[in-house]
Design a protein around this ligand. Sequence first.
Ligand code: SAH
Length: 253
Amino acid sequence: MKGKVYIVGAGPGDVRLLTLRALTVLQQADVILHDDLVSEEILALAGPGQRLRNVGKRCGKAGTSQGEINSLLIRHATEGLNVVRLKGGDPLVFGRAGEEMDALRAGGIDFEVVPGVTAALAAGAAVKVSLTDRRWASQVIFVSGHSCAGHPRTDWRAVVSARTTIVIYMPGQNHGTLAAELREAGLSADTPAILVSRAATREERIYRTTVGDLPWAQRLSAPTVLLIGATLREAAESTPAPVHECVEQELSK
Ligand code: SAH
């Protein structure tokens, strides 16, 4: 009988943010194929009889190729093993899980997805701000800042709009270029920006700035996400913002 593949989110790092479902499937797996971002604390949950393999890679560099990972998943499941494919945060957010699920479907392998706490939400919790605070934002955009070779560049004009919180994954260290691109796309210099490094880990760091001052932002250790938008003013200032009653009425209809 074929085994099953579990595509599991490990969350941002803190073991306590792992879901109960993730813990259960991790402890029952025969093989665990994990990414670089998965914390040691979480990997330590694997039992002595479980095969643990790091298949992490960064932007195409080194590690196991996507094709090899897809083949490994299919091979192990075909051998009758239960496989956990463990990814940082949520497995379906910037995690190449789409390609893995396509391969599993094509290979006739049964799979389940176990969601996890994605970095954007861990960062929002770290700075204690609502990314969708109705007074400032009516949408959140998760966008990748760092384009790998062979992938299209981010079109910032399509991202920047009113009442929007932008969460930039993989913002890179070239904050000068990023800030210039964001300004050019229409963001004002005084738009609040917050860098969150290693959210929900013991090394968590928060750096508050603005889009205008971003080029001079402190370099923080990876992984980092960059939060941008008016809602973040709340994190820097204590003055309560006014509530727009019309929104209230709409919501209570
Ligand atoms: N699937 C992951 C994202 C993978 S892409 C998720 O849902 O979170 C890798 C990027 O995620 C990193 O470059 C960084 O931008 C972000 N990231 C992941 N874990 C993070 C953490 N603990 N703190 C801050 N950013 C993190």
